[in-house]
Design a protein around this ligand. Structure first.
Ligand SMILES: [Zn+2]
Length: 272
């Protein structure tokens, strides 16, 4: 099984990055299945209104070289330009597009002379986010497009139920790449944890992987630490409100898995 690293590596990683919140751990079932939505959630903010954008390169540089990018949910040329450090006009030209042309989910675009791969995180003014709930996808592979489709098929009106997905290097995505869900871009409530009303007050972050079977990759954990720091600081969320799905009262799941490295994360969180 891939990514089977020792837990000590993650403890060490988090200790380097950031130190102890109390996280109660419980467990119920073995499979992570978010509850389907009964009706569409309500948008609570205008997309992009007053947003700040944080960006950070992943540790591996990829270029310059041309890459093919499969467009994820609500991705834009602007975002791809920032992700790959390529001018928007170059992406338009390489794909026979004109400024203002729309792109669609699943569309394959050539990104000429891509220099790097950056995590781009938009931060929208809001007072609704008071918790962060961590999940795993309970799958070996995944990306936002696939899970968006899967959640649609389960009856989620707006697809991908999480607000963020942290990839593990499968299905064409970078290891540690942070994908934003349309729910985050539109500041909609999630469909990741019905228990405790967390869909309305909790930011859902999922890591691709089955952490009952393996550990997250180091780059996924790097990106998780980065994202948690950003969100806690921007939304004034106390680190004690960073919880696992299984720790929410009423949630009957073992998500994010019995091998999720909480001890290292607690060390990391204490230095925020
Ligand atoms: Zn979960």
């Amino acid at each position: 099984m891939k990514n089977s690293k020792g837990a000590f590596e993650y403890t060490f990683l988090f200790a380097l990055l950031l130190a102890s919140t109390t996280l109660t751990i419980g467990a119920c079932s073995s499979k992570h299945v978010p509850a389907p939505q009964q009706k569409p959630p309500v948008s609570t903010a205008t997309p992009h209104s007053g947003a700040e954008v944080a960006e950070k390169s992943l540790t591996h540089m990829i270029g310059p070289k041309s890459v093919v990018h499969e467009v994820g949910p609500l991705e834009t040329i602007w975002r791809l330009s920032k992700m790959y450090d390529v001018p928007m006009k170059d992406i338009y030209r390489a794909n026979g597009l004109r400024s203002g042309d729309t792109i669609k989910i699943g569309q394959k675009l050539t990104i000429p002379n891509a220099k790097t791969l950056r995590n781009i995180v938009a931060l929208y003014p809001s007072t609704q986010w008071r918790y962060i709930v961590i999940h795993h996808t309970a799958t070996d592979i995944g990306n936002a497009m696939l899970i968006n489709r899967t959640h649609h098929d389960r009856g989620f009106w707006y697809g991908l139920g999480y607000h963020f997905l942290i990839d593990n290097g499968t299905l064409g995505k970078g290891d540690g790449q942070i994908e934003q869900s349309p729910r985050w871009i539109k500041q909609m409530k999630g469909a990741h944890c019905k228990a405790g009303g967390m869909n309305a007050k909790g930011i859902g972050i999922a890591l691709v992987g089955n952490f009952n079977e393996e550990f997250p990759t180091q780059k996924q954990l790097d990106s998780l630490a980065y994202l948690l720091r950003l969100l806690c600081q921007y939304y004034h969320i106390p680190t004690t409100n960073i919880i696992g799905h299984r720790d929410v009262d009423g949630a009957c799941t073992d998500c994010p898995g019995k091998r999720f490295p909480w001890s290292g994360l607690r060390q990391c969180l204490s230095s925020f």
